[in-house]
Design a protein around this ligand. Structure first.
Ligand code: LRH
Ligand code: MN
Length: 430
């Protein structure tokens, strides 16, 4: 038995909420109409936004200290996709799934592709893994991978990435994300310039094999697992590498990969201006790469990031299409609930950013009126757009209240019965 959330169940769950939603929606429509904004346009935008779900995010994640598995954990990539389908049925804007190799390596790619398609899903980005040694691996990544001093280790890492591209083609993916943990723990341990040169030389080999129509995402990270220096440590280094590689290489911004208090919205504006913003790994953090739920700690920062993105979207139109992907570790919540609420927070920030009166903002910026410039952003950020988010899901066949509907379905307890707990195989981060 493989319990699945059905459109019928979601429709039934919505029925009692529709009337109140229409009332709230009409009221909000009147409020923003006074600002010259058509609520229907915002609802359309909310329905068109796409947020990709990380396969490694539907299982419980852990820290270096411990992992406390929940019940009904997915035991393989097929069960992960089942969970992704449940999220998609409730949210309707998450058909894209990011895979991580070898965690999700299928025996028969065609079978996995068909399994995803049958659930309305598709594989968007592949993710390579040269930050762990796999059983039977010839050479260790202890001292690095694509930037390792030993050309044999670099070659092994390059071949793993080429394998990801080949597998991704069979799965219908259109992007490949490379994050490496390469770096050093002690001053003097690594020659910074030579390490970066070795990395770029390796990336050129991978880029040369990039299939037509694909994008290559370079993901920077300040620290961890290396704690003194990291080869791809910041957006500037990532940008330089993407530019060196060519037009199909881009920088990917994982929100948790920056030093505390870095102005990430300005980093985003730089990468937009330089034409190298490939996409995001959305999450939130209080201290380090905490991989907490998007919008859970710094919702205003998430709004300010989308303020930059919407500004560019309005300028560039459909040509502006960064990949919006989640990358989180759900250690103490039901992972599906965290992915659902994180997706809601991303759509909320996007819709609120479309509420910004950009003509007024430009006037206040040009006339150096900082207070009114901030107030213009705050008016949008403090507007409760929940009725728009709910109406967008409802019109797309999703849930008006996804968490309540998910809990009412008993999905988790059903999966607990179907998926007897077993000694935990890494379904993700640890
Ligand atoms: C590294 C990272 C990267 C993934 C991993 C799961 O911290 O953000 O994107 O490969 O998490
Ligand atoms: Mn990431």
């Amino acid at each position: 038995m493989n319990f699945r959330l059905t459109d019928e169940f979601i429709g039934d769950a919505n029925r009692s909420a529709v009337a109140l939603l229409q009332e709230d929606y009409a009221h909000l429509g009147r409020v923003i109409a006074r600002r010259g904004v058509d609520i229907e346009q915002l609802t359309d935008r909310a329905m068109q936004l796409r947020v990709s779900v990380p396969s490694w995010g539907v299982g419980t994640g852990g820290t270096r200290f411990a992992l406390f598995p929940g019940v009904g954990e997915p035991r393989n990539v097929f069960e992960k996709l089942d969970d992704c389908e449940a999220i998609y049925r409730l949210m309707r804007i998450t058909p894209g799934i990011s895979l991580h190799i070898p965690w999700d390596k299928p025996e028969r790619p065609a079978q996995l592709r068909a399994f995803a398609q049958a659930r309305g899903l598709f594989i968007d980005s592949m993710n390579s893994n040269t930050f762990q040694d796999q059983p039977g691996q010839a050479l260790s990544y202890k001292y690095g991978s694509l930037s390792h001093t030993d050309p044999a280790v670099r070659q092994q890492a390059i071949e793993h990435n080429l394998e990801c591209l080949e597998l991704g083609q069979k799965l219908g993916a259109r992007a490949h994300t490379i994050w490496i943990g390469d770096g050093s723990n002690f001053p003097g341990q690594s020659h910074f310039r030579k390490a970066l040169e070795r990395y770029i030389e390796s990336l050129r080999m991978i880029y040369a094999a990039l299939p037509d129509g694909w994008r290559l995402y370079i993901e920077h990270k300040l620290y961890e697992p290396a704690f003194y220096s990291t080869v791809i440590n910041d957006w500037g280094t990532s940008y330089y590498c993407a530019r060196e590689l060519g037009e199909h290489a881009y920088s990917l911004v994982d929100l948790g990969h920056h030093a505390p208090n870095v102005n990430i919205e300005q980093v985003v504006s730089r990468l937009v201006q330089f034409g190298k913003l490939g996409g995001f790994h959305f999450n939130d953090s209080k201290y380090g790469d905490d991989d907490l739920d998007a919008g859970s700690i710094k919702p205003f920062q998430l709004f300010l990031i989308f303020n930059e993105l919407v500004d560019a979207e309005l300028e560039q139109g459909d040509a502006f299409a960064p990949a919006y992907m989640l990358d989180q570790s759900h250690n103490v919540t039901d992972p599906l609930e965290s992915i659902i609420t994180s997706t809601i927070e991303i759509v909320r920030a996007y819709v609120q950013a479309h509420l910004v009166d950009r003509a007024a903002l430009a006037r206040y910026q040009e006339s150096n009126d900082p207070l009114m410039a901030l107030q213009t952003l705050k008016q949008a950020f403090t507007t409760d757009v929940a009725p728009i988010l709910q109406m967008a899901r409802h019109r797309a066949g999703g849930a008006i209240d996804p968490i309540a509907t998910y809990r009412a379905s008993g999905y988790r307890s059903r999966k607990a019965a179907e998926r007897p707990a077993e000694t935990r195989r890494t379904a993700g981060i640890v």
